[in-house]
Design a protein around this ligand. Structure first.
Ligand SMILES: [Ca+2]
Ligand SMILES: [Ca+2]
Length: 508
C-alpha cells in the first residue's frame, strides 16, 4: 500500500519535471509574429492596376495575382520592389519562394534580397538595384563572371554604404559567406529562409527538387552580424546578355522576439507618425475591401470552386495540373533513385563480401601449398625413402646374410671334408684317389710335364740355381705337396658337385 502511494508520487514528480522541461524549451524559442505589411503572397498578390499593397515597385517589374516578375527573360532587364515602411522590429525571418527559369543552359544575372537602411534604386547596378547599399544583400548569382565555375551561387554581403560590389569577381572577396547551389530550372519553386536573430544571420535554402519543408538545408550561418536597426526589405533582379525569368511567388516576413520581451502593438509604435499610421490604416482597409471585392468576383466567375475552402484554394494557386503531374513524376523518380541507391549500397556490400571470400579462398590454397612445399613434401620424401627403400635394403641385407651363412656352411663343410681327405691321404695316399675315379694317368703325366719344364728352365737359367740357395726358393718336396693339395681341392670339388646333384635329384 505504502509502495503504491510512493510510486504514484514518483510518477507525478516525473510528470511535473517533464512539463517544466517543455515550458523551459518553449521559453528559449523566440516569439513570432507575421508582419503582413512587409509581406506579399498569392492569391490577389497584386491589385488590378499592378500595384502591390505596402510595396513600391519599379523598373521592368511586372506583378500578377500569383507572382511578381522582377525581371523577364529578355536582355538587360532590371526591376525592383521595396517595402514602403521601415521595420519596427529588431529581429526577423523572411521566407521567399521564387523561380528562376530560362531556356539557356546558363542564365543571368540573378536575384537579390535586400535589407537596407534606405530604399534602393529600381534599375541599379547590383542585380537591378543600388550599389553602395547600407545593410544586407543576399544574392542569387546565376552568371559566372569570374569564370571559376562556381555559379549559380548564393552569398550574403554586408555593406556599410561605401563599398562598390565587385561584379568581375562575383563578389567573392566581399562576401560574408555563401554556398554553391543550383536554383535555376527546378521542378518545384526554390525557397530561401533568411533569419536575422540576435545578430546571427542564417540562410536556409530549399533546392526545388522536392516540395517538402523538411528538406531545407543551411546555406550559411554567420554570427556577429550587425545590420541597421531599422530598414526596408527589398527584392530586385537583372538580366544581361543572357536572360532568365525571375519570379517571386511569396515573401513572408515574421518578426522575432526573444522570450520575455513584450510584443509591440501590431503595425504601430512610436517609430511611425500618426499621419503615416492613419495613411497605412486607410491603405490596409482599402486593400481588404478590394480583396473581398475580388474574391467575390472570382466566386461569381468560377462557381465550381466556390465550395473550396480558402486554404486549399491558396494551395491550388501555385500548383497547376501540369505542375502536379511533374511533381508526381518527380516524386516517383525520387523514389526510384532512392531504391537504386539502396540497391547500389547492397551491391557494394555483396561485392565487398565476395572479395573478402575470394581473398580468403585464394589465401587457403597458397598457404596449403606453402605448407606442403615447406614441410609436408620433405617429410614425405624422407618417409618414402626410409620406409620403402630402407625396408628393401634390410630385406636385401637379410637375404645376403642368409646367403652368406649358407655359403659359410658350405665352406665349413668343404673345409672339414678337405681335412678328412688330407688325413686319409696321409694314411693311404692312392686308395682315396682311386675311389674318386679320377684319371690318375693324365694327372701324373701333367705332373711329369710340369717337372720337366721346371728342370728345363733351371738348366736354361743358371742364375736360378743361385737363387735356389735362398730359403724362399721352392724345393721339389714343396712343389709335390702343392700339387697334391691341388689334386685334393679338385677332388673335394668333384665330391661337392656330386652331393649337389644328388640333392637336386631328391627334389625332382
Ligand atoms: Ca555573377
Ligand atoms: Ca563565379
Amino acid at each position: 500500500m505504502v509502495n503504491s502511494i510512493m510510486a504514484a508520487e514518483v510518477r507525478w514528480l516525473y510528470v511535473c519535471i517533464f512539463l517544466l522541461k517543455i515550458l523551459y524549451s518553449f521559453g528559449s524559442v523566440p516569439h513570432r509574429r507575421f508582419e503582413y505589411k512587409y509581406s506579399f503572397k498569392p492569391p490577389y498578390l497584386a491589385q488590378k492596376d499592378g500595384s502591390i499593397p505596402f510595396w513600391e515597385t519599379g523598373g521592368n517589374l511586372a506583378a500578377s495575382d500569383v507572382s511578381v516578375r522582377l525581371a523577364s527573360s529578355m536582355r538587360s532587364q532590371k526591376g525592383a520592389m521595396w517595402s514602403k515602411m521601415k521595420t519596427t522590429f529588431d529581429w526577423w525571418e523572411v521566407d521567399i519562394i521564387f523561380r528562376i527559369t530560362g531556356r539557356g543552359r546558363i542564365g543571368a544575372d540573378g536575384l537579390a534580397f535586400w535589407y537596407t537602411e534606405d530604399k534602393g534604386d529600381y534599375n541599379g547596378e547590383v542585380f537591378g538595384s543600388s550599389d553602395k547599399w547600407k545593410g544586407l544583400g543576399i544574392f542569387f548569382d546565376s552568371f559566372d563572371n569570374d569564370n571559376k565555375h562556381n555559379n549559380p551561387y548564393i552569398m550574403g554581403v554586408v555593406n556599410d554604404g561605401t563599398m562598390a560590389f565587385d561584379h568581375a569577381n562575383d563578389g567573392s572577396s566581399q562576401q560574408l559567406a555563401g554556398c554553391l547551389r543550383d536554383f535555376r530550372n527546378k521542378p518545384f519553386p526554390t525557397r530561401a529562409r533568411i533569419e536575422y536573430y540576435m545578430n546571427t544571420l542564417t540562410v536556409l535554402f530549399l533546392g526545388g527538387t522536392t516540395n517538402s519543408e523538411q528538406d531545407f538545408e543551411v546555406c550559411f550561418r554567420k554570427e556577429n552580424v550587425y545590420l541597421p536597426k531599422e530598414g526596408h526589405f527589398g527584392l530586385s533582379a537583372a538580366t544581361g546578355g543572357l536572360a532568365d525569368d525571375h519570379d517571386v511567388i511569396h515573401f513572408l516576413t515574421t518578426s522575432l522576439y526573444p522570450p520575455g520581451t513584450p510584443l509591440p502593438q501590431q503595425g504601430g509604435g512610436p517609430r511611425v507618425s500618426v499621419e503615416e499610421q492613419q495613411k497605412l490604416s486607410q491603405e490596409y482597409a482599402d486593400y481588404q475591401r478590394k480583396l473581398d471585392q475580388q474574391k467575390e468576383e472570382y466566386r461569381k466567375e468560377h462557381p465550381e470552386s466556390a465550395t473550396k475552402d480558402p486554404e486549399s484554394e491558396f494551395e491550388d494557386w501555385y500548383e497547376s495540373d501540369s505542375q502536379r503531374e511533374l511533381r508526381q513524376i518527380f516524386s516517383g523518380q525520387s523514389q526510384m533513385f532512392e531504391q537504386v541507391r539502396a540497391l547500389s549500397q547492397k551491391l557494394d556490400e555483396v561485392i565487398g563480401r565476395q572479395e573478402r571470400t575470394l581473398s580468403m579462398l585464394s589465401s587457403i590454397p597458397t598457404g596449403g601449398a606453402v605448407v606442403q612445399q615447406g614441410s609436408g613434401q620433405p617429410v614425405q620424401m624422407v618417409d618414402t625413402i626410409r620406409r620403402h627403400e630402407v625396408d628393401a635394403v634390410i630385406n636385401n641385407q637379410n637375404s645376403i646374410i642368409g646367403l652368406s651363412k649358407e655359403i659359410r656352411n658350405y665352406i665349413v663343410d668343404v673345409h672339414s671334408r678337405t681335412d678328412n681327405i688330407l688325413q686319409n691321404q696321409a694314411r693311404a695316399p692312392t686308395a682315396q684317389v682311386q675311389s674318386v675315379g679320377y684319371d690318375m694317368v693324365s694327372l701324373v703325366n701333367e705332373l711329369r710335364d710340369g717337372l720337366n719344364s721346371i728342370k728345363r728352365e733351371a738348366a736354361a737359367n743358371p742364375q736360378a740355381q743361385v737363387d735356389c740357395a735362398a730359403p724362399n726358393c721352392v724345393s721339389p718336396v714343396v712343389l709335390v705337396a702343392v700339387a697334391i693339395f691341388q689334386v685334393a681341392v679338385i677332388l673335394l670339388y668333384s665330391i661337392y658337385k656330386d652331393n649337389k646333384e644328388a640333392q637336386a635329384k631328391k627334389f625332382y
